[in-house]
Design a protein around this ligand. Structure first.
Ligand code: PEP
Length: 250
């Protein structure tokens, strides 16, 4: 049985005040939900978040990391520092990083390895563009990203990874994949994991859906057999919406 995981990706949004407010609403809900909850705020909030969530069930997540452990990489953050900030999870391969910052599968793969070496669990995002879906290439694209992201990792490391299927055309657009579309893609991903890793890894791995998840559609999406949780962008900044997503289906 896979635990449901709900991850908030605040992107370059939020504030110290919003973090306090969101945590004060989430904390009392944690014993009413079966979901694990991870909040990924911008890096400057991580250290405050570490102290604020101590003793709660809410985990600290980051949105990005560099693959190198230190050095002349102005503006980047190392996995070691994330670890010091109490970071347990980190998003890698988000389509915004792939597209706006030209991150390659190889770079994403090396970030994944660095995170694992620092005891931080990677949330590997994969997903096709609208053009690729319309050309019928979505399965091929997603399978290739999955393979390049995870192939060759030791079984223990594969077991520490989570995959987030995020069709790019559904991110921040208000257009969600239908629950059936999402579920069938998740099935394809899990099947691929069987050969890429092993049936045991495939069975255990949480596969999240991301793309315009909100308080209204969360229940239906999360009730699909192959959807083990959600990666939430826009709605994770709303104190009226994110807590509802966290308790959806509980
Ligand atoms: C995301 O950025 O990972 C995301 C899913 O965003 P949104 O929920 O706003 O579509």
């Amino acid at each position: 049985m896979r635990t449901r995981l709900v991850v908030a990706n605040w992107k370059m949004n939020g504030s110290f005040a919003l973090l306090d407010e969101m945590l004060s609403i989430l904390e009392p809900l944690m014993d009413k939900t079966a979901s694990e909850v991870v909040l990924c705020p911008p890096d400057v909030l991580l250290s405050s978040m570490k102290s604020a969530v101590e003793g709660t069930q809410i985990a600290v997540g980051a949105q990005n990391v560099h693959s190198e452990v230190s050095g002349a990489f102005t503006g980047e953050t190392s996995a070691g520092l994330l670890q010091e900030c109490g970071v347990q999870w980190c998003i890698v391969g988000h389509s915004e990083r792939r597209n706006l910052f030209a991150e390659t599968d190889e770079f994403i793969r090396s970030k994944t390895e660095t995170l694992l070496k620092h005891g931080i669990r990677p949330i590997l995002c994969i997903g096709e563009s609208l053009e690729q879906r319309e050309a019928g290439k979505h399965e091929e694209v997603v399978i290739a990203q999955l393979g390049k992201g995870l192939a060759g990792l030791a079984v223990d490391d594969q077991n520490r990874c989570v995959v987030a299927y995020e069709p790019i055309w559904a991110i921040g657009t208000g257009k969600t994949a239908t629950p059936e579309e999402a579920n069938s893609m998740h099935k394809i991903i899990r099947k691929e994991l069987e050969s890429l890793a092993s049936p045991e890894v495939a069975e255990k791995m949480q596969i999240l859906y991301g793309g315009s998840v909100n308080a209204e559609n969360a229940e239906t999406l999360l009730s699909q057999s192959e959807i083990d949780g959600a990666l939430v962008g826009g709605a994770s900044l709303k104190t009226a919406a994110f807590p509802q997503i966290v308790v959806a289906g509980s």
